[in-house]
Design a protein around this ligand. Structure first.
Ligand SMILES: [Zn+2]
Length: 273
């Protein structure tokens, strides 16, 4: 099966295909390895909000900044709240949320920009990272089950097309997240998934015992993206599961809530200012 993410260093995977299309684009997903954090955050925790030592998280982020060759001054992070607010990032927001949580963009789960020297970053441990790319525009979204069923993927597409970007030019990668075998939910969740289904839809969930369902969040996001007009051939889906791959990733479910966060990132490198 095609895998959009290639391991580049101990610390991260890269979406190689996009880098080949435009050598200014760098997009990827970090691992939990190669950092400074201790205990349950061992070792490359990128989340400031999970109880880890702030200095360690800063050291981890600076270490990544060096490895990626992307200066921390250009990073942008958001206070993720499992909702569907999406913000277009301009020069004034560069650096927000990069080395402390307090300055991160409030109440936001999706970021996009057409500005160079800007690295959009969001934190993950099981939720679905969605990466978006069209010529000279990049975006990223955080889609747990709530963000997914509330249509953050569709929201991003609508923002882009309202700015004149052709939907046929938008590529999307669905990144490492919890797989259907590891993600069991109840009817409260599945009842909200059904709003996206029609008679022809492949069902992204399966009842395994009474009232307990496996839910495939990747498949559900794929369905929503296709319903929003994204061409099937422009959607790539990872095979990596954050819960199955214990040696590579933190997992909120597997680690019972006390764990670190990986960073999803996408940036346009450009002329240094
Ligand atoms: Zn799994």
């Amino acid at each position: 099966m095609f895998e959009p993410f290639q391991k580049k260093e101990d610390e991260f995977f890269i979406i190689e295909e996009w880098n080949q299309i435009d050598s200014n684009v760098i997009a990827g997903f970090t691992t939990k390895n190669g950092g400074y954090s201790k205990n349950e955050y061992l070792s490359l925790n990128c989340g400031f909000h999970v109880g880890d030592d702030r200095n360690d998280v800063q050291k981890n982020r600076l270490h990544l900044s060096n490895k990626l060759g992307f200066p921390i001054e250009g990073w942008v992070g958001a206070e993720q709240t499992h909702e569907t607010q999406i913000v277009k990032v301009d020069e004034l927001q560069r650096g927000k949320g990069s080395i402390e949580y307090e300055s991160s963009i409030k109440h936001t789960d999706g970021l996009y920009t057409d500005k160079e020297n800007t690295l959009l970053t969001l934190c993950f441990a099981d939720c679905v990272p969605l990466f978006f790319f069209a010529p000279k525009v990049i975006g990223i979204a955080h889609a747990g089950w709530k963000g997914t069923v509330n249509g953050i993927a569709k929201e991003m597409i609508q923002k882009w097309t309202s700015e004149g970007i052709s939907v046929a030019d938008i590529k999307v990668v669905i990144g490492p997240c919890i797989c259907k075998d590891c993600y069991i939910v109840d009817n409260r969740v599945v009842s909200q998934v059904k709003q996206w289904m029609d008679s022809t839809s492949f069902l992204p969930y399966k009842e395994i015992t009474s009232g307990q369902f496996q839910l495939d969040l990747r498949k559900l996001n794929q369905i929503i993206l296709e319903k929003s007009g994204i061409l099937s051939e422009n959607i790539s889906i990872t095979n990596y599961c954050t819960s199955c791959e214990n040696s590579e990733f933190f997992s909120h479910r597997r680690d019972q809530g006390k764990t670190g966060r990986m960073l999803s990132f996408i940036g346009l490198k450009g002329e240094r200012e």
